[in-house]
Design a protein around this ligand. Structure first.
Ligand SMILES: NC(=O)c1ccc[n+]([C@@H]2O[C@H](COP(=O)([O-])OP(=O)(O)OC[C@H]3O[C@@H](n4cnc5c(N)ncnc54)[C@H](OP(=O)(O)O)[C@@H]3O)[C@@H](O)[C@H]2O)c1
Length: 266
């Protein structure tokens, strides 16, 4: 039996849908009651992996590093103790190493590799939807300081397809780390051109000031700024991707970002 965690989230819900439609033996876990198992990584007593052989561990980010590390550590320890033999983990691409949330992913990769469990690591690139949301025009122009370099973003649906491919036969992917950056990189000037709006990037200081006026949790502003810094410095472009090995016909990332930016723009 496969267990998919974070099942109410955007990526894991797609993975759950694909695997269920294909008739794979699968259960879902979520903090919400809509799933087969109610599970919260922050509460070890809820971690019930009985009868599960393969765990699809959706990274539970959106918190300080120490919290994320504690969550993932608890899951790996309990999974092993309760007889899980295989873990497919959604990590973060090498191109994203400069981002504020990369560290907890690298910690989890190391813990998984050293755990004695079988594993496959899916190093997901930045979502095209995320870039579309962050670079959505405000008052008719894009101001986020993302520079002009290309970004190897990838559609969330492609990452779900990649996960599905692995879950169909995890052991065929044992001990493999897949770099899943997008293969049709685009820059924010490209996005602005497609949206027919101006791109007038502010400075990092101005963006930091703007973020201080937005209701965010304390850890979020530095994480968001790290995306701007890495994009501006050209570090979000990757020349290495294994995406085509798992998803032969990926979606066009610019189109996905464009669609998202349009929705975000109202
Ligand atoms: N590649 C990227 O661009 C990128 C960007 C941002 C984040 N991420 C990472 O990728 C993951 C999936 O992205 P997404 O877009 O699908 O995010 P999402 O829609 O926000 O889903 C994240 C899910 O994480 C689960 N989660 C959060 N806290 C948890 C906890 N304490 N215990 C168990 N599960 C918990 C939740 O599942 P339930 O609500 O079902 O419990 C939540 O729905 C994120 O969690 C984050 O680690 C990647």
């Amino acid at each position: 039996m496969i267990l998919i965690t974070g099942a109410s989230g955007q990526l894991a819900s797609l993975v759950a849908q694909r695997t269920k439609e294909a008739g794979l033996p699968v259960e879902t876990a979520s903090r919400s009651r809509v799933a087969d198992r109610v599970m919260d990584f922050d509460h070890t007593e809820t971690l019930d992996f009985s009868g599960i052989s393969t765990l699809f561990l959706l990274s539970a980010g959106y918190a300080e590093d120490d919290i994320v590390i504690r969550r993932h550590g608890a899951v790996l320890t309990e999974a092993r103790r309760q007889g899980v033999t295989y873990v497919v983990y959604t990590s973060l691409s090498a191109a994203s190493d400069h981002l504020g949330f990369a560290l907890a992913h690298r910690w989890t990769e190391r813990a998984l590799i050293e755990s004695g469990l079988g594993w496959t690591i899916l190093r997901n690139g930045l979502y095209a939807e995320l870039i579309g949301t962050l670079a959505a025009p405000r008052q008719g122009r894009i101001t986020v300081p993302f520079g002009t370099a290309a970004i190897s973003a990838v559609a969330r649906a492609d990452l779900a397809d990649a996960a599905f491919e692995v879950l169909q036969n995890p052991k065929a992917h044992a001990g493999l780390t897949y770099e899943l950056s997008g293969v049709t990189p685009f820059s924010v000037p490209h996005l602005a051109q497609r949206l027919a709006v101006a791109y007038e990037p502010t400075s990092l200081a101005a963006e930091r000031e703007r973020l201080s006026t937005v209701p965010l949790l304390p850890f979020q502003a530095p994480m968001l700024l790290s995306i701007s810094s890495a994009a501006m410095a050209g570090f979000l472009k990757s020349d290495v991707s294994d995406l085509l090995k798992l998803v032969p016909q990926p979606r066009d990332a610019l189109t996905v970002a464009y669609d998202t930016a349009q929705v975000a723009n109202g």
